[in-house]
Design a protein around this ligand. Structure first.
Ligand SMILES: NC(=O)c1ccc[n+]([C@@H]2O[C@H](COP(=O)([O-])OP(=O)(O)OC[C@H]3O[C@@H](n4cnc5c(N)ncnc54)[C@H](O)[C@@H]3O)[C@@H](O)[C@H]2O)c1
Length: 315
């Protein structure tokens, strides 16, 4: 069993990852600074179960300024999920994106080298590919948002530390993750919230933008497969996506069916920097790691809808 540090532990992906690691018997140190990208109360709810779980220790610390070596001491594995995620705000809050995504990653890598971490797994994004994220890991890297640019810089830092210090790293490019605890700024979360509230849903563009969304449990499975097989994943980059590609209008139709409610839809202009199509080519993760995302979009949406309904009932 391993001793694992997870940055961004109070976030969507990080909190699920911690739960899964603990369930497999690892000890986990979670680190998060509750960056106010979305409300702290939401992140505290993400953490609530973890704080009661034996084997979990939480530190509120900002990776941009905290002393990181004591946090990483004794860690076999570091999962770096902390970031300013989401592309829209990156046009207006570049300083936060630059410092949380680039500077914080550099400081974490430096500390990981200094304490001798065995494996550094970095959560990156399909946004590093740019307008179309439809190829394999060798597709051109041409981000079209400041978010994507900072995440690509962070990937390059991992490679630089791998080169300079022999740090064993793996880059995992996530593709639109959804499911319970999805960030409140993300599309499906907004669609469900508005559908349940009877509010108008504004679809950016004509609704034919498509995504190969990844259900959170499948995403976590991909991250774990990379961590558990360092001999196969070290120095490599993997697309971690879902199987099924759906467009926005199809998702809204499924949500109507699942909720029994009719969506009120309006179309707005496309968002600057948005991707037209993401369809993860996961051949490499499938072949090398045995990654096999299983969740059908209809089942994943049902789980997220049930979670959002439960959150509303607790208000
Ligand atoms: N959710 C997705 O669909 C998706 C898709 C592609 C890539 N990713 C990547 O996955 C990772 C996790 O995304 P998420 O959706 O869980 O986001 P999230 O915002 O829910 O979680 C990120 C967490 O990192 C923390 N954090 C940010 N900067 C920090 C700092 N300087 N010090 C300490 N903590 C800090 C935040 O407080 C937050 O709790 C990110 O790296 C993101 O770029 C996510």
């Amino acid at each position: 069993m391993a001793h694992v540090v997870v940055t961004g532990a109070a976030g969507f992906v990080g909190s699920h990852l911690c739960e899964r690691l603990l369930a497999e018997g690892d000890t986990v140190v979670g680190v998060d600074a509750f960056i106010p990208y979305y409300p702290r109360a939401v992140k505290e709810r993400n953490l609530a179960g973890l704080l009661k779980t034996p084997g979990f220790t939480f530190y509120e610390a900002d990776l941009r300024s905290a002393g990181l070596e004591p946090l990483l001491e004794g860690a076999d594995i570091v999962f770096h999920t902390a970031a300013m995620a989401g592309l829209l705000k990156s046009w207006r809050q570049f300083n936060e994106y630059m410092t949380c995504n680039v500077l914080a990653t550099q400081r974490l890598l430096e500390a990981a080298v200094n304490v001798g971490v065995r494996h550094f797994l970095h959560c990156s994004t399909s946004s590093v590919y740019g307008r179309f994220a439809t190829g394999d890991e060798n597709a051109p890297l041409a981000p079209v948002s400041p978010y994507g640019v900072t995440k690509l810089a962070a990937e390059h830092l991992c490679r630089a530390y791998g080169e300079k210090d022999g740090l064993r790293f793996t880059i995992l490019r996530l593709f639109s993750v959804y499911g319970p605890r999805q960030r409140p700024d993300m599309g499906y979360h907004i669609f469900i919230r508005k559908l349940l509230a009877g509010e108008t849903i504004v679809v950016d563009g004509d609704g034919t933008d498509s995504r190969s969304n990844t259900y959170i449990a499948d995403c976590i499975e991909g991250l774990l497969l990379a961590a558990r097989q360092p001999e196969k994943s070290a120095g490599e980059t993997f697309n971690i996506g879902g199987g099924e590609e759906v467009n926005v209008l199809q998702v809204l139709a499924m949500l109507e069916e699942l909720s029994g409610r009719k969506a009120r839809i309006e179309h707005g202009p496309p968002r600057p920097g948005d991707q037209r199509r993401t369809a993860a080519d996961i051949t490499k993760a499938r072949t090398l790691l045995g990654y096999n995302p299983k969740t059908r979009i209809i089942d994943g949406l049902a789980a997220q809808l049930a979670w959002q309904r439960e959150q509303l009932s607790m208000l």
